[in-house]
Design a protein around this ligand. Structure first.
Ligand SMILES: C[S@@+](CC[C@H](N)C(=O)[O-])C[C@H]1O[C@@H](n2cnc3c(N)ncnc32)[C@H](O)[C@@H]1O
Length: 271
């Protein structure tokens, strides 16, 4: 297999620490989505862009041993590690597949869930259309994306801005501009993708950091790694220092601080 490129390559290189640096982030967001989708015992669920399994764990509990959960992702290291983690849960399977073209049988799932993936796909509406085909009539789909960023998070991101190529300034993931900046913007691809009863539910998660260094560690462990990788290596120590100084200003006397992140859960059903 060739080494994955672009954003999938970034996640492949992040796989070792992804969702494993002690910041409550992907798992609370994923659990919220499973609740919003009201996943039931015995259901067949597809998790698109499963990463390290933030959604797979609550989905496995919700469907129980009579259900089935399939996680797909294009980053081989994510898939290998996650498949190993879930070996003891027979209702869970993890495999490599492209979110844009999963290549699965039509009408074979009751639920399609995807947490923090849609904004990475070049044609979100086309992807949703292909996922809609996988749902049985009346099946449910839910995706999460980010609402507006905490102002302090924006300040941290701005440290990277001078180094970033134009295409990385697009901000689709930060919820501040473009199609992912409003409820209607995210609902659009679900409607275009053929879903009905499309609506948005809002939740808030709090990312808690022990101290400024913990934020730096976290920044390497997820999509923000792409920003680090866009910065010349010789500049890393100075950039790290700027980030730490900024984040120290957020902390209490022990250095601890948290960012508040609104999360959009965009939900729909297959006709
Ligand atoms: C921010 S992570 C989210 C992972 C997981 N859903 C979670 O909530 O922790 C985005 C994931 O999408 C995957 N991904 C990005 N583009 C993909 C594609 N075209 N097909 C499959 N997976 C993709 C990445 O490899 C990564 O694991």
């Amino acid at each position: 297999m060739t080494t994955p490129k672009g954003i999938v390559g970034v996640f492949d290189r992040a796989a070792e620490t992804y969702d494993d640096v002690g910041v409550p982030w992907f798992r609370p967001i994923a659990s919220g989505l499973v609740e919003e989708l009201a996943v039931r015992l015995g259901e067949r669920v597809l998790d698109v862009g499963c990463g390290r399994g933030a959604l797979l764990a609550p989905l496995a509990s919700a469907v129980g041993l009579t259900g089935r959960v399939l996680g797909i992702d294009l980053a081989p290291r994510m898939v290998n590690r996650t498949a190993e983690d879930f070996l003891d849960l027979p209702q869970v399977e993890v495999r490599i597949a492209d979110a844009a073209a999963p290549g699965l049988p039509v009408s074979s799932f009751d639920v399609v869930a995807s947490s923090l993936v849609l904004f990475f796909l070049p044609d979100p509406a086309a992807a949703i259309r292909s996922w809609t085909d996988l749902l049985v009539s009346g099946g449910r789909m839910g995706v999460t994306t980010f609402g507006p960023q905490d102002e302090r998070w924006r300040e941290i991101d701005a440290v990277f801005t001078p180094y970033l190529p134009k295409e990385m300034l697009d901000a689709r993931t930060s919820g501040s501009r473009g199609p992912f900046a409003s409820d209607e913007g995210v609902e659009g691809p679900l409607r275009e993708g053929g879903l009905i009863e499309v609506r948005t539910a809002h939740r808030v998660v709090e990312a808690v950091f022990r101290d400024a260094e913990h934020l730096v560690e976290f920044s390497w462990s997820h999509g923000q790694r792409a920003m680090w990788e866009a910065v010349p290596r010789r500049e890393h120590p100075a950039l790290r220092q700027r980030m730490v100084e900024l984040a120290r200003g957020f902390g209490n006397e022990s250095g601890r601080f948290s960012f508040t992140q609104p999360v959009r859960h965009t939900l729909g059903a297959a006709a």
